[in-house]
Design a protein around this ligand. Sequence first.
Ligand code: GDP
Ligand code: ZN
Length: 369
Amino acid sequence: MNFENLEYLEYLGWNDFFASGCDFDCKEGFTVARVVIQHRDRYILYSEVGELSANITGRLRHHTQQYSGDNSLNISPPHTIAVGDWVVIKLREAEKSATIHHVLPRKSKFSRKVPGLKTEEQVIAANVDTVFLVSGLDRDFNLRRIERYLVLAWESGANPVIVLNKADLCNCLEERIAQVNDIALGVPIVTLSAASNQDLDVLKPYIEPGKTIALLGSSGVGKSTITNKLKGETIQATKSVRHGDDKGKHTTTHRQLIFLPNGGLIIDSPGMREIQIWNADEGLQETFADIEILAQKCRFRNCQHNDEPGCAVRESLEDGKLDYSRFLSYQKLNRELEYLNRKQDQKAYVDTKKRWKKITKQMRNHYKR
Ligand code: GDP
Ligand code: ZN
């Protein structure tokens, strides 16, 4: 594909990864754009010719129909278009509008499972390069929670950075960093105090032109404060958008993909804010005892309760005897536990290696003597 303004696309985050995923037959009049926000079945995009209002082809709509909420039998979408996505569009430049024909493969994605018989996912944000996992260094500090956010980050494909905020409220910074370092295995850790403008620079290395960041963290840890500081003086553009079907009514839509002053991009959306880790209370497994008992009745001992024959858990879900959201929490816990097991293995491996190194050294010294 040839672009008229490749430089601007790169500023929007376009790179070789997306270019090589773009095997769509791009005839004349087709180009690419990035999703800024979805508003029912309209999308706002940034493209090389500026902002566009877009709809999607019927074929794509068929595949992206949003889950409607309360009907658990609803067949949910195989994929959806989310803020941050790169899409192939047919441009109608004169009208500043376009039709989305294709969603390009994603570099990373944050998604949640949509309730329904088939566990389908709803993509919340796509193509985030770096995700700041924000925690407060106050009484809310919780290593288990950081672990859980790390799981989310690894699953997403975005690179995590652990951001310890509210350093002003902590008098054991070194200790905290050491604790986090122990569970985070090579993940960068930064500390700052956003509200008092202290050490905001530690975030700078991750914010570059064409790179997209997002923030994750529990409520109250300082995500909004940090986001606002990063945005600085740039006030979110609130240009009026005229929707063809709104009979000339002007609708102000907040962008969810926002340029930062130095050219980086931030995805700031309600969906991302809603991604929360449920409380890492002890005894959670006991809470799922009913599902564990059900699982014992599955035909296969290692049943994943997806679509295996003779799955008692699926049966209960379909009968409505087992609540779907509870099942999802259960699955999530299992995934996290698996991850932690793997991670502990890795730590055990590193520890063992260290121990052997020490022994070998001692032996060598012994024989030298
Ligand atoms: P969010 O829910 O993660 O978006 O958190 P907010 O940004 O709304 O912050 C929650 C509260 O923490 C607010 O009262 C902030 O003023 C406060 N806060 C944010 N950053 C800091 C900080 O570095 N130090 C202290 N002491 N308070 C902070
Ligand atoms: Zn099963």
